[in-house]
Design a protein around this ligand. Structure first.
Ligand code: COA
Length: 216
């Protein structure tokens, strides 16, 4: 089960999908260098929509979305993915880059645990994209990637993200006080978690059964 020293690890690289939701056909694939154009365009436009919820990094939003910033981020994610420390997926809708879902901080040995994080283009909001992307990523994490537990931490007022997690059966485990530096201050976050035993036949199958998506 442990990460492999040859630079590969279970479940990576992978392409996952496709699920049809209200926004279109949702699939996941590894992030690419050429995602930089759409990544920057969407995130510069969506600053107000994203900045309230995402961990702060040094520099202004503009600086963090300058010409070379995606190249640096992509290279960092690729290195971590090769080491088995993360699964950095691009979300596509009808084949077009529409956001990211990342499984990060993968710890093996007797923990087999990681966190999951995501964001979606505001122009596609509330059309089922994150719900489908999280279902695909979680099922993959608990099958091919051989993880056992996923955690998600969310600000208590992030209604859309809370809805995505609770729809999929993530359990609330407690409040992490002053947990992450977000939007200029140390913010409390609610911790949610899910273990492999809780997913039954899988989140994708459950989502399809409830009419939230169709397999394409
Ligand atoms: C959170 C986020 C990824 C959700 O993406 P999405 O594609 O719109 O999500 P979905 O459409 O799959 O599901 C969102 C659900 O929240 C609901 N929702 C959206 N805004 C809401 C609000 N203000 N109050 C209550 N529910 C809300 C939607 O109705 C939908 O539920 P439904 O399918 O039962 O109707 C997106 O809002 C985003 O990128 N936010 C900014 C970044 C962020 O918060 N990331 C997560 C950090 S923990």
């Amino acid at each position: 089960m442990a990460g492999q020293p040859d630079g590969k690890h279970p479940g990576w690289p992978a392409r996952l999908g496709t699920l049809r939701v209200r926004a279109g056909d949702v699939a996941l694939r590894p992030v690419r260098l050429r995602d930089g154009g759409p990544w920057r365009r969407i995130r510069v436009r969506d600053r107000d929509y994203l900045q309230r919820w995402e961990p702060s990094a040094p520099g202004t939003w503009q600086e963090r979305h300058s010409g070379l910033s995606w190249t640096t981020q992509w290279a960092g994610l690729r290195t971590l993915a090769r080491r088995g420390a993360c699964l950095p997926f691009a979300i596509t809708v009808n084949g077009v880059f529409a956001g990211q879902v990342t499984i990060g901080n993968i710890v093996r040995a007797s923990l087999q645990s990681a966190w999951i994080g995501y964001w979606v283009d505001s122009e596609l909001a509330s059309k089922g994209v994150a719900t489908a992307a999280v279902a695909l990523a979680v099922d993959h994490a608990f099958s091919d990637a051989a993880l056992h537990r996923l955690e998600a931490t969310v600000r208590p007022d992030n209604a859309a993200s809370l809805r995505v997690l609770t729809k999929h059966g993530f359990r609330e485990e407690g409040l992490f006080e002053r947990y992450l530096y977000v939007d200029g201050a140390w913010r409390d976050h609610v911790c949610f978690a899910l273990t492999a035993e809780e997913t039954g036949s899988g989140l994708v199958a459950r989502l399809i059964d409830r009419g939230g998506a169709e397999r394409v």
